[in-house]
Design a protein around this ligand. Structure first.
Ligand SMILES: *Cc1c(COP(=O)(O)O)cnc(C)c1O
Length: 364
């Protein structure tokens, strides 16, 4: 049997580099609660992401939950179902009602032509997703949000380091959530961050991620526990030194995929949008009118020990926990794409020979 290829593989710094970084933690005996590593990573990420404010979290999901809580939102939130289930859960777990807008068939982000029609007097927020690193129509979303006085929080989990015409993607909307999960382009093992415009939120987010504790004898907010610890931050500091190199290696993989799979009848690839500097996080392929269905290609790859992923399938509004609550028929394009999309293996150390092997199987 040929070697097993997973859909992703975490980037790791040289082990000595990490050991060196965590030695300080033995000296200080300060393991969590906004220590030196946490402070350093926050400063370095501010610079790397080119944003005015950032707060680190234990993971991306809790970051999004805390951001929603920080804005004191109520009522309805317009979002899309073509995402990781975290986006929808974060809304529901805050006691808000997700209203699902369909995606556009070109880049799978929220269809801004359908957005305005979903706004009611209960709408407080839009939570769009820069899915696969495709950037939402941020200008149009901003226009609509202004007109109806809505908050905009982006799920930017897929877009670490992405820029649009030189601008860091974390600058759009009121806030953006980044995930630093082990499978993401940049990671802190588990981790995440919120970037945001209003510097007044800095303290509030810090309180919310630490039980709402505002002083030795005072708790002003009903917060949770979502702090990034020092070992996570140390991993982030190490990974950040290598991330540009890792992204360049991902680009080589993506270029080879594009070389091999472009202009094939029934295979649709995502195009990198104009002005966007990509991080090559995912390689989604839509099988639409191809000689084999998505599920057949998935099974054939699996038979050869290659694990692609039906990402995103099913839609979040179709999961068991939401059964009967939402009408999937209202987001037909999301449903159509979810049934046809496959993300192919992609990580920095994926060998070009292996990319060829994957493409051979897909094309055979
Ligand atoms: C990874 C991811 C999340 C959740 O981030 P975690 O760090 O795993 O909690 C949320 N939304 C999307 C789109 C993601 O891909």
């Amino acid at each position: 049997m040929k070697n097993k290829i997973q859909v992703t593989k975490s980037s790791m710094p040289p082990v000595e580099e990490y050991i060196d970084e965590i030695k300080d933690i033995w000296d200080s005996r300060w393991l969590t609660n906004m220590g030196e590593k946490h402070k350093q990573l926050e400063i370095e990420l501010l610079r790397y992401l080119n944003v005015p404010n950032i707060t680190l979290f234990a993971n991306g999901h809790l970051a999004l939950e805390c951001a929603i809580a920080a804005f004191n939102l109520s009522g309805e939130v317009i979002t899309t179902p073509f995402t990781f289930v975290s986006t929808t859960h974060a809304i529901v777990r805050n006691g808000l009602e997700p209203i699902f807008c369909d995606i556009n068939p070109n880049d799978y982000t929220i269809d801004t032509d359908k957005l305005e029609g979903l706004i009611t007097e209960k709408t407080s927020t839009i939570i769009p997703v820069h899915v696969y690193g495709n950037i939402c129509d941020v200008r149009e979303i901003e226009k609509i949000a202004k007109k109806y006085d809505l908050k905009v929080i982006y799920d930017a989990a897929h877009t670490f380091g992405v820029t649009v015409k030189g601008e860091g993607v974390g600058n759009f909307g009121d806030a953006s959530m980044f995930s630093f999960h082990a499978t993401k382009v940049f990671h802190t093992i588990e981790g995440g961050a919120i970037t945001y415009k209003d510097e007044g939120l800095y303290k509030k987010l810090d309180y919310l991620k630490n039980f709402g504790i505002t002083g030795p004898e005072s708790v002003e907010y009903i917060g949770g526990n979502a702090k990034m610890n020092e070992f996570q931050a140390a991993m982030g500091i190490c990974n950040l030194r290598h991330v540009d190199k890792e992204i360049a290696k991902r680009k080589a993989v993506v270029d080879r995929y594009i070389d091999r799979l472009s202009n094939i009848k029934g295979i649709r690839l995502s195009k990198i949008q104009d002005g966007v500097k990509s991080n090559y996080a995912y390689f989604p392929v839509v099988f639409d009118g191809y000689k084999y269905s998505r599920d057949e290609v998935f099974e054939k790859l699996k038979f050869e020990n290659i694990y692609a992923r039906k990402y995103f399938y099913p839609l979040t509004n179709n999961f068991e926990c939401y059964k009967g609550r939402f009408d999937v028929a209202k987001t037909p394009i999301a449903q159509y794409i979810a049934e046809r999309v496959l993300t192919l293996p992609l990580y920095a150390d994926l060998k070009l020979d292996d990319v060829d092997r994957i493409c051979d199987i897909v094309l055979r």
